[in-house]
Every structure is written in C-alpha cells, then in structure tokens.
Design a protein around this ligand. Sequence first.
Ligand code: SAH
Length: 270
Amino acid sequence: MTSPHRSPAEAVAGLYDSLSELPAHVCDGNLHFGYWTDARDTSTFQAATEHLTALMVERLAPRTGQRVLDIGCGTGQPAFHLASGHTVEVLGVSVSRRQIEHASVRARAVRLADRVRFERADAQYLPYPDASFDAGWFFESLIHIPDKPRALHEAARVLRPGARLAIADMFHEPGRDWSAPRPLVTAVPLDAYAPLLADGGFEVLDLTDVTPHIRVPEPVRRRLRSMMRRNRSEWVDIVGEEAVEALLGPEGDIFHTPGLGYVLITARRR
Ligand code: SAH
C-alpha cells in the first residue's frame, strides 16, 4: 500500500520522519522495544529499553578506539549509550533526514558530538570505504530493509575482517508469513538468519530468541496510537488511507504484532 511514487526506503524514511518527535516524548530517545528479565522485573519502559541497549553493547564487545557503525540509528540514544560507556567513535546512519537532524542536535546537547556523528545513508548502499569500521549493529532496523542480503553484504564490506556485528530484529513465527513486502516491514523466519549471515560473509557466534522478554507496555501503545491519530495525514501519505483505517480501527494494533518474535544475534565478519 506504499504510494506508487515512493521507494520502500523513502516510505520508511517518511514513517520515521513522522515519528521523530516520539522518542523524546515517550521512550527517552530510544526507538526500540523494552527487555524485561522476568515477570518480577518491574522496570519502566525507559529502563527496559536501556536494558535492551545494554545487551546489544555487550554483544558488540567494543574496545577503546574502535569505530562503530550504527545502521538504522533512530534519534541516536543507543549510540549515546554506547559512547558514554566506551571510548569509541560512532557513526549513526538512517534514511530519515529528520532523525539525523534530531540526533545531531542531541549529540551536541549530551556533549558527545566529538565522538558520535550522524549521516543520512541507506543501509543497502553505504557510502563508506571497505573495511572502514571495527564493529556495527542493526538495532531494530533490518526488519525495515527489503533487500536484507544486500544490506548484510554492505555491512560486511565496510566492516574489517574479525569485526563484530550485533543484530536485534523481529522475525516471523512459523505459519505467520511476513516475508512478502508489507508497506514498511519485511520479516524473515528465525531459521533464515544463519544462512543470510553466512552468505553475507559473517559467522554466527550466538543467536537467541528473546521473544518472552520483549514488549511495549499498554500506556506506551496508547500514546503511539494517539500520536498516529494526530499525524493522520502524514501517515496516510506514508502507508495509504486503507492501512491507516485498519491500524486505527478497533481490531488494528500496529504495535502489537502477533506472529512476530524477537531475536538477538552476535556475528563476526569472516
Ligand atoms: N536503532 C534505533 C532506531 C530503530 S527504528 C533505536 O534502537 O532507537 C529503525 C531505524 O532504521 C530508523 O532509524 C529507520 O530510519 C532506520 N532504517 C530503516 N530502513 C533503513 C535503511 N534502508 N537504511 C538505513 N536506515 C534505515
């Protein structure tokens, strides 16, 4: 239902342009789900989203002086988290220009602009030289990228041999086929990652299905939906009238997607 004149990357850029105010208001700068350890974990959504970032940083295992590529950087909070705890340089890329502007302003505000920068780039066509980064991650971004093999090849090209790659992504469960391109997401089944990564030039070090730990709490969903109502015309432009009607109708809930699971992956560039 993407408007015919928009490419998938432009549609995703439009979505995230329209969502660019959201992280500051709802998720403390993060634009990803939260991770709760177990039923006794009463963390707030903010704490749970930071927890998920901490798990991604652990997987990345960054070392002092390294250059890290944050592929699909949102408004930059994961990059700031990473650069606050480790003396690394981070370059964040996103297809959304508005996100890049927000993230760059925030980098100055949190006094990390000397080590954390943001640029508009499409993961499928990275404008960087071969082997120019020591580590990288796709933090909830691969799901929006239609040509995943190409994005993984690009990541492998710009990472040096031996570099770590961390991935947080949503996969589709058996029998719930999300492989056909939807307006904004294209999920793959869990068992697709290992061959995709191997073909892309990566060795998988760990792949963990963390679905039971991940959620978006009801109050946050309500705010997301009311935001969508307020920016209705922008959303219609991005996904089409029919999709907006469906998402805002009594049955629709874009932020609760039965059939989607959540995976964390650590890989190494061969
Ligand atoms: N990693 C961030 C944002 C996740 S939202 C966080 O965890 O807070 C998904 C991000 O992927 C958005 O920034 C979106 O613009 C970006 N994205 C989607 N498709 C992309 C593509 N083809 N190339 C680069 N970034 C992309």
